[in-house]
Ligand binder design. Structure first.
Ligand SMILES: [Zn+2]
Length: 332
């Protein structure tokens, strides 16, 4: 079978943060312990190190580095779990989860909002900085492929850190399949890493689209409405329910635009446009501070940083930014 190369077409998903990841995930070889051990021993292999949900970044001169040799990773602190992330033509990549004790909470800043305000350090290692992945992405610290790799490692290791016990019988579970499963020896249950679907969408009414803002957003920022998809729902019904709940707008046809892995902690954002059937907004004040219609000209002004009221679009790392671009680019 011929698989079309990703280079022969462009998906809007690839423009979002954390989405570029072209590794061979080696899913058929994860149970081959000798093969995995051999990959770990190869000198060119690199490891992403995660501790207390932070990515360990090393400063060397003016440069920053988030990929360590397995020996360097082991030198940072006690490693609790190691997972296989995948392999590029040059090398294999693993993720390592540090024991919580390897990092010390030095302070907690006052700022709230969406930012992780903990100040964490690796004692005795001033060259290492445990960084928030949001900050890494918004600052564009690494190339898109590395940022995607960090997102994969963070989501998977977050799951391991919080699933040490079997949810069926309560006994401890152990990592298997190179980190893509946990097995319970006691009751034989197998547990697989989660991905939680979230719908994120713009309701569209002709030349206007609907956005809202939560109190925790940066000043002046409006974004697409979003919410978790619930058991028993289709993507379309979740989109319609969220728009109705948060803004009182009834929606009809739903069109898929793009998706984005969102490693906070393990979501898949499913970006859609929905045709609005009603026009009068009723804001759910428990979820939103405000919701309003924006004309296409206003959205273009926001994307170009010249909205007359100083209103801002979401950061280009977020899929909401690319939903706006998709809507602006859409003809008809
Ligand atoms: Zn069990």
């Amino acid at each position: 079978m011929v698989i079309m190369s990703e280079k022969t077409f462009h998906e809007r998903s690839a423009d979002t943060g954390y989405a570029v990841n072209t590794l061979d995930r080696l899913s058929n070889q994860r149970d081959d312990a000798d093969f995995i051990a051999d990959l770990q021993r190869q000198p060119q292999t690199r490891t992403v190190v995660i501790g207390r949900d932070r990515v360990i970044v090393r400063a060397s001169g003016g440069a920053r580095e988030a990929l360590f040799t397995p020996q360097e990773a082991a030198g940072i602190g006690q490693i609790r779990e190691v997972v296989l992330l995948g392999r590029s033509p040059e090398r294999a990549f693993f993720g390592a989860l540090l024991d919580d004790a390897a990092l010390v909470l030095q302070d907690q800043a006052d700022e709230g909002g969406m930012v992780d305000t903990r100040i964490l350090v690796v004692p005795g290692r001033e060259d290492l900085q445990p960084m928030d992945l949001r900050a890494i992405a918004t600052q564009g610290l690494f190339d898109a492929g590395t940022t995607g790799l960090l997102g994969e490692a963070k989501s998977l290791l977050y799951w391991h850190a919080r699933h040490r016990f079997c949810s069926v019988c309560g006994q401890s579970s152990e990592l298997s399949a190179a980190g893509w499963r946990r097995d319970c020896r006691s009751c034989k249950a197998m547990h697989f890493p989660r991905t939680d679907p979230v719908v994120i969408m713009l309701a569209v009414d002709g030349d206007r689209c609907l956005m809202g803002r939560q109190p925790r957003f940066n000043k002046g920022m409006y974004s697409a409405l979003a919410g978790f998809l619930e058991p028993g729902e289709t993507i379309e019904s979740a989109v319609r329910r969220e728009i109705l709940e948060e803004a009182g707008i009834e929606a009809g046809l739903v069109h898929y635009v793009a998706s984005q892995p969102w490693p906070f902690p393990s979501s898949l954002m499913i970006g859609c446009l929905a045709e609005a059937l009603t026009h009068e907004i009723v804001v759910d004040r428990t979820e939103l501070e405000d919701a309003r219609w924006f004309t296409r000209a206003e959205v273009v002004a926001m994307l170009e940083g010249r909205h007359p009221e100083g209103l801002l679009p979401p950061n280009p790392v977020a899929i909401a930014h690319h939903l706006l671009r998709a809507w602006v680019d859409r003809t008809g």
